[in-house]
Design a protein around this ligand. Sequence first.
Ligand SMILES: [Zn+2]
Length: 267
Amino acid sequence: MLVASLDGTRIDASLAKRGPEYRCPKCDGIVILKQGRIVIDHFAHKPPTDCTWAAGETRAHLEAKALVKAALVGRGLKAEAEFIVNTLPGDRRADVMAWSPKGLQIAFELQHTPIDLNQIEARASSYARIGVAQIWIPFLRDSVWNGGEPRHGDWFVKRYSPRPFERWVHGLNGKHGMWMYDPAKKEFWLGRMEGHQIYVEESSWYSDCGEENYGGGFHRWSKRYKELTLQGPHEADKLLIKVEARRAFSAKGYSWPAGRIAHLTPV
Ligand SMILES: [Zn+2]
C-alpha cells in the first residue's frame, strides 16, 4: 500500500520517515515502511496478517497509482492515492481520487488483475450514486505486443481476446474508447475494439438419406476475438481529464449505470 495511517492521519510512503509506528488504515495492524531503489516506496503489513489489503498488490499496480497521482498533482490538481470511499463495496479504496478545480471528484481505477463483472458493476454504481466521475484503465498484457503490428501509426492487434471487464470498460466509454496502461514502459494508450471476422471454410457432406449439403464459404463475427487498435503512447502528465454524464445502458449481459464518466485527451 502507498498510504498508511499515523495517529489517525493519512501518510504517503514517499513522504514518510523511518521511526514512527505506521498502521494499516483498514485493520489497524502495524505496517513497515519500505523505501528502496528498486521498488517504489510503500508500506507492507508486518506478518502474520489476514488483512485483505495485504494480499495481491503488485509492484506494477503500486507504480501506476503513484504515477497517476504525481501527474495530477504536477498539474496543480488535488489528488490522493488509495482514497477511502466509505460507500464502495469490497475494497473501499479508489486507486487514485482527483478533485477538479470546482470540487468534482474523479476516481481512477487502474485494473491490473481481472475484476469480476458483478464487482465492477457494483463499484461503478456506487461511484455513480454519489456523483463521483469514474475512469477505468485496464493494464496491457504482453500478448498485445507479441500478437500485434504497427498500422497507420497505431498498434494493431487483429486477434485480441478481451477479458469480460475490458468489454465492460469499453462499453462504458462508448465513442471515447478505452485508455489502457503499459506497466513496462509506464505509458498510456487509447484502445478501440471492433469486431473480428472469421472465414468459415466451404464444405460439403452427405446426410443420412444420401442428399449432398453445402455449408461455409462466408464470414462470421468472432465471439472471442476483437480487433484492437492502440493509439499512443502517451505520458501520464500529457493527458487532460474531461468529464461527461452518461445514461444507464445495458446490452448482452452487461449493464452500465447512469453517472459521470471521465476520459482523457492528449494535451
Ligand atoms: Zn491491514
